[in-house]
Design a protein around this ligand. Structure first.
Ligand SMILES: Nc1ncnc2c1ncn2[C@@H]1O[C@H](COP(=O)(O)OP(=O)(O)OP(=O)(O)O)[C@@H](O)[C@H]1O
Length: 136
């Protein structure tokens, strides 16, 4: 059964020239890119995307960071796509993330961890609506 997930290459990843690296890992794994867009988020979209973190102390920084420059938003499709991409991404804390994962290979800071991937099929459906309201 095919599934969809929403992936972001966050502004740190774009600035550091990691778009190709992330997409190449995704394609090597066999996940299919079915939508993709380079854009800079406005604060309202960022707040909607991170709504579940609105009470966390770092919410302001999160919104500021994710709106700080262009990001790449993509929808990936494949069997267990949500879990498959989170395995490629590694853990939220890049230092605890194994080498061989995107975060394990490219990052040191929780706040600048290169990519986002939906954490469940339900989150994926919600996030895909935010980023690609007319596409699916
Ligand atoms: N303690 C923290 N300080 C600063 N930023 C944090 C902290 N914890 C999480 N974040 C940021 O908030 C994002 C969302 O946190 P969450 O716990 O949902 O992790 P995640 O699901 O691995 O990340 P993402 O939602 O970006 O895929 C993280 O990717 C990270 O950039």
């Amino acid at each position: 059964m095919s599934e969809r997930t929403l992936v972001l290459i966050k502004p740190d990843g774009v600035k550091r020239g990691l778009i190709g690296d992330v997409i190449s890992r995704v394609e090597r794994k066999g996940l299919k890119v079915v939508a993709m867009d380079l854009r800079t988020l406005d604060a309202d979209t960022a707040k909607a995307h991170y709504a579940e973190h609105s009470e966390r102390p770092f919410f302001g920084e999160l919104v500021e960071f994710i709106t700080s420059g262009p990001l790449v938003a993509m929808v990936l499709e494949g069997p267990r796509a949500v879990e498959a991409f989170r395995a490629l991404a590694g853990l939220t804390d890049p230092v605890k993330s194994a080498p061989g994962t995107i975060r394990g290979d490219h990052a040191l800071e929780i706040s600048e961890n290169v990519v986002h991937g939906s954490d469940s099929p339900e989150s994926a459906a919600r996030e895909i609506k935010i980023f690609f309201p007319d596409r699916f």
